[in-house]
Write a protein that binds this ligand. Sequence first.
Ligand code: SF4
Ligand code: SF4
Ligand code: FES
Length: 500
Amino acid sequence: MSENRPEKILEFFIDGHPVTAKDGQTVIQAAREHGFDVPHFCWHPQLSVPGNCRICMVEVESDNGDPWFDIGCNMPVTAGMRVLLNSDTVKKLRKDTMQFITLNHPVDCGICSKSGECTLQDYHYEHNGAASLSRDRKNHATKFYPLSDRIMLDNERCIMCTRCVRFTHEVSKTHALGAVYRGDHSLIRPAEDANFNDDVYSDNVIDICPVGALLSRENIDNSRVWYTEPTASVCPGCERGCNISIWHRRQAWAFKALDPKLNTRIERVTPRENPDVNGPWVCNKARDLAKILERPRAEQPMIAGRVVDRADAIAAAAALLAGAKKVVALVSSWGSNEELAAFQLTIAASLGDRLTAWVKADHQPVPGEVIEDDILIKADKNPNRHGALALFPPLPAEGLTAIPADADVVLVWGEGVPAAALPQGAQVIRLDAWAHADNEVAAVFLPISIQTERAGHYTNFAGVVSDFAACFTPAPLVTHAETLFGMLLSAEVGVRRASA
Ligand code: SF4
Ligand code: SF4
Ligand code: FES
C-alpha cells in the first residue's frame, strides 16, 4: 500500500455487533482485535496460514438466507459481512473437528507436561466435552522421539498443526523441521540437511505447540504447571533484554519435607510478549537462565577474606572511601536503573571530584555462544549497559589499565573484573552476588542480591525500559545494592564528620 494512501477501514458484524477491520485483515485478526475469541490450533499470529486444523470455522450470513462456512483464519473481511462465531452449526462443526483431531490422540493428560496449559485440553472441554465416537484402534507412534538435545517429541500427541515446522522456516530460518509420511501417519522429523541442535531459538516451538507433543528435555516432568507460577522478568543474557516469565514453585505448594532449595529454583522460563522488544520469542539462553542465576552465591560479608558482620564490613568500606583521595568505581551493567540512580545519588554525589566512575561489561560472550544475529541476539551480553551509560561514561578503550596507578580505592560493583587486573596498591571494595576467589582477596566484600530477588527496570539497547519483579527472598546477609549504597553513604559521611 502506498504510504500516502489512508488505510481503508471496513465495517462488518460479528455476532450482530458492528465492528471494523483494516482492509486485508482476516476474520480471526479483526475478531481478536475486538475481543472475540476464535478457536485456533494451526493459526499463530506470527506465522503463515496453513488452514489445516479447521477448528476456526465460522458462519457467514447471506442475504438469500443461505449461509456459508469457512475457516476464519484465512477468510478476508469484506464490507458488511455478517459473521457468526457461535451459531448452532458452528458449534456442531467445532465439535466434529475436535472429534476428528482427537481420533488418534492418546488423551494421556494425566502424565502430560502440558496438562493445565494445553489448548487441546481446553478446547475439548469448551467445544467437545464428549468421549470419542470412534471404536477403531488408535494409531500408535513413537512415544518419545529426540528432536534435538533439548527437545523431545511425543508423536502420538502431535496434531500436525505444523506450527513448529513453520517456526523454523519463517522465524528462526534454520529449516530444521519438516513432516514425513502422509495422512494420519504423518510425523514431525528433523530435516536431514539441517541440525535442530543448531537452532538457538528452538525452544520457542515448545511454547507454540498447542498440545504436549514438544517437551523440554531439561524440564520434563519437573513439576505440574499448577504447582508453579510466573513472575515478570527480563532476560539478562544480552542488551536486547527480552521480556520473560520466570516460573517457580507457588508458595502454597512449597515442599516442606524435601530440600527447601526446590522452592526457590527456576522451573522454566517462557517469553513475555513485548512487541517493542522481543515479540513473542526468546533465544535459548533465556531458557537456560538457571545456569547463570543459580551459580553458587556469595552470602557472607568479609574483610580481607574473614567473615564479619555486615555492619563491620560497611564500616570498613566507609572508612576506606572517606579516607581516599582518588576512588575509581567500576559500575555494573547488570545493575537496575534504580540501583544505578541510587549509586549516583549516594556514593557518586558524596565523593564528588574524588571519584571516577566508569561503566564496565560484567559479562562477555562465552565460547560457542552466538555473538549477534538479525533476529534478537545482541553482541553486548549485559542487560543494562544502556541504562548505566545514561548516568556514567564507559570504561576507556584501554580497559582496566586506564585505572590510575595512584588510585587509593577501587570499588568493583558486579562481575567481570579479576583481582589480578587491578592496581596492586589500591584497596578493593567488592560488591558481588556470586561466590568467587576474588571476593576473598578484597579489602572489603559485600554480597548483593540478584535480579530474581529484587524488583527494578533495565533499559535495553534501543532505549526501551522493561520491568522485573522479585521471585525469591535473598539470604539474610545479602543486601540489595540500592540499600547498600544508602548504608555506605551514611557510614562514610559519619566517618568524615567524626574526623573533621
Ligand atoms: S509437534 Fe506440536 S507444533 Fe509441531 S506439528 Fe505437532 S502439534 Fe503442531
Ligand atoms: S536475545 Fe538476548 S535478551 Fe533475548 S533471550 Fe536471547 S540472550 Fe536473552
Ligand atoms: S486455525 Fe484456522 S484452520 Fe487452523
